[in-house]
Design a protein around this ligand. Structure first.
Ligand code: FES
Length: 106
């Protein structure tokens, strides 16, 4: 199973073993990763599951949908080039070893 490391705003890291097929949001909630709220439970309607991925990982992920792109304008933390909604990213082998940044709210 892929191992994914969440990097919290204070720099602390939390590494989780993730079951393929779950969303990154579900993995974060299962592991009580701080900063992932997921008010809409994964329907891409709340933007409280905001994460930031680096360029290398972003280039391997499925493209961002128009709806996800629109919702990223409503994140509590400022949007960054690697911003994504974690509920819209399914875990698979591409995420093994990935570092996922949880942005600090402003
Ligand atoms: Fe609401 Fe992802 S959980 S947008």
């Amino acid at each position: 199973m892929p191992e994914i490391t969440f990097i919290l705003p204070a720099g602390k890291e939390q590494t989780c073993t993730a079951r393929e097929g779950l969303s990154l949001m579900e993995v974060a909630l299962q592991n009580a990763v701080p900063g992932i709220i997921a008010e809409c439970n994964g329907s891409a309607a709340c933007a409280t599951c905001h994460i930031i991925v680096d360029d290398a990982l972003a280039s391997t992920l499925d493209p961002i949908s128009e709806h996800e792109n629109d919702m990223l304008d409503f994140t509590a933390a400022p949007r960054a080039p690697g911003s994504r909604l974690s509920c819209q990213i399914k875990v698979d082998g591409r995420l093994d070893g990935a570092a996922i940044l949880i942005p600090a709210e402003m």
